[in-house]
Design a protein around this ligand. Structure first.
Ligand SMILES: C[S@@+](CC[C@H](N)C(=O)[O-])C[C@H]1O[C@@H](n2cnc3c(N)ncnc32)[C@H](O)[C@@H]1O
Length: 182
């Protein structure tokens, strides 16, 4: 089992079942790769041809996070070991900001970077018109900044739009669609 900020299984099955047979997902915040691998495995299980591109600063996790704490060097090393052989995962070591430039089209954003209001809001504002679906981890009262950012960005969107929540074992994940859910 890969060490993670979320010790249980990532509940991506339902979202994957709603997505097309082929696509591109971008993830911000992978830590040691558990969520990226969960997405990749879920798409493979559903026989869907998706690439997962994950971004992390790989700058380590401070001591206050206890057993999750790790140096940047060790984080990147363990991440690389964990994703070995996963052909549908690509990655970048950068600290993501709204200056990010890419020629790639992404259908889905999975956001699990910093969960404060400002960080979350700037990422969602950047990606809302660049994806068809945004999946945001920690949409719950433990992370009021995330809830506020998600609610504001969703309220600012024009139709078509749909909002879903995945609730499991004390965790809530928000799913924002800017298309009619297939
Ligand atoms: C909550 S952890 C991700 C947990 C991961 N999804 C998992 O399955 O365990 C947050 C991660 O986001 C990264 N991060 C936070 N803000 C970032 C940013 N702006 N750019 C790149 N990485 C960022 C941190 O380095 C950390 O590894």
């Amino acid at each position: 089992m890969i060490k993670s900020f979320w010790p249980n299984e990532w509940p991506f099955e339902q979202i994957v079942s709603q997505l097309p047979d082929k696509g591109n997902l971008i993830e911000i915040g992978t830590y040691l790769g558990k969520s990226a691998i969960a997405w990749a495995d879920e798409f493979n299980k559903a026989d869907k041809d998706w690439n997962i591109h994950t971004i992390d600063s790989f700058s380590g996790i401070p001591k206050k996070f206890g057993s999750l704490s790790i140096s940047g060097e060790e984080q990147l090393k363990q991440f690389k070991e964990n994703i070995e052989g996963k052909d549908n995962i690509t990655w970048e070591k950068i600290f993501w900001t709204p200056d990010y430039k890419t020629d790639e089209w992404y259908d889905v954003l999975f956001y699990d970077g910093a969960h404060g209001y400002g960080n979350c809001k700037q990422a969602l504002e950047y990606w809302v018109d660049r994806t068809e679906c945004m999946v945001i981890d920690d949409y719950d009262t433990n992370f009021p900044g995330t809830m506020e950012a998600v609610d504001e960005v969703y309220a600012s969107m024009r139709d078509p739009k749909e909002f879903e929540q995945i609730c499991v074992e004390g965790k809530q994940i928000a799913v924002i669609w800017s298309i009619k859910i297939p």
